[in-house]
Design a protein around this ligand. Structure first.
Ligand SMILES: C[S@@+](CC[C@H](N)C(=O)[O-])C[C@H]1O[C@@H](n2cnc3c(N)ncnc32)[C@H](O)[C@@H]1O
Length: 283
């Protein structure tokens, strides 16, 4: 009798200690930061893996324009803050032009805020998501500015469809092949500097190849681009701008040439949501 009671107590003790050492199935083992490429428009062009992470996320860091395109995936109550506030709005863009050092100080301050916030959440085993439009590795500001030096151990990047992919689809043309040597992804400031003071040698060399050139963030400086390209290319050089690529209601394709593009641009006011593609692929 005493012996069977002893065995029952022993088994109970073993059960309790094993149970208390094993976390319940739903408990998270550790916190993590995901940078998710949200694609060029809404959820229909976001990777299912990215959408699945959104559904289980505890904390969102995202700007309002992304939130607007994903109302069914982003619970406003879970949005902690917009990581880009004070860095990417109109006033900040002016500051960046007039006082770059001061703008960089703001970025550094923001970077610290994001780092402290995210690490605190990760230590509490939370899943934090930071959302970038398109693909985070193509002019995605999160990885480039705010997360530089962030410990890879806590980070996963989920790729997204870039504006380039959506724009190529809108043009219904292959961007490589058919004698084209390569595709180049760039932006006016990457190739020519912020005041268009460099890049002439590069452009001259490129003019000897059959290249598809893709320019992000280019429409607002089209006049400076035309000036540069006119030095090395004929007026017939094919150019296209795809506005709001991937947006079913707003997508628009403008096909033009180096000689005509400035006149053609007078028909539209949009200066940001358009991708410039140059070369025989867009003929
Ligand atoms: C900061 S970059 C972000 C690029 C983004 N990470 C991507 O992979 O598409 C912003 C620029 O991308 C281009 N862009 C972004 N979304 C676009 C869209 N849906 N249609 C056309 N261009 C777009 C525009 O040139 C815009 O000025």
């Amino acid at each position: 009798m005493i012996r069977s009671r002893f065995i029952t107590v022993l088994l109970f003790a073993i059960f309790i200690s094993v149970y208390s050492l094993t976390p319940p199935a739903h408990a998270k083992e550790e916190g993590k930061l995901y940078v998710i490429g949200m694609g060029p428009a809404g959820p229909d062009l976001t990777a299912p893996k990215g959408l699945a992470v959104l559904e289980n996320a505890d904390i969102f860091l995202c700007p309002p324009y992304i939130q607007k395109n994903f109302p069914q995936y982003i619970n406003p109550a879970k949005v902690a803050f917009d990581p880009w506030e004070g860095i990417h709005d109109e006033e900040a863009m002016k500051l960046r032009k007039t006082d770059y050092a001061k703008w960089l100080q703001r970025v550094e301050k923001r970077k610290k805020k994001v780092f402290n916030f995210v690490m605190d959440a990760i230590n509490k085993k939370k899943t934090v998501v930071m959302l970038d439009s398109g693909d985070p590795c193509v002019y995605g500001p999160s990885l480039y500015w705010l997360l530089k030096g962030f410990d890879y151990k806590y980070l996963e990047v989920i790729p997204g469809i870039s504006a380039f992919n959506a724009a190529s689809a809108a043009l219904k043309k292959p961007m490589i092949g058919e004698g084209i040597n390569f595709v180049m992804l760039t932006a006016p400031h990457s190739m020519f500097g912020r005041s268009f003071e460099k890049g002439d040698d590069l452009l001259k060399d490129l003019s000897g190849y059959n290249v598809t050139m893709v320019f992000y963030m280019a429409i607002s400086s089209m006049d400076r681009l035309v000036e540069k390209f006119s030095k090395y290319y004929p007026p017939e050089l094919p150019m296209a701008i795809v506005y709001y690529a991937g947006y079913s209601e707003k997508e628009k394709v403008l096909k033009s040439t180096l000689g005509k593009i400035l006149d053609d641009l007078k028909k539209t006011d949009e200066k940001w949501m358009g991708l410039l593609i140059i070369g025989n692929a867009v003929k």
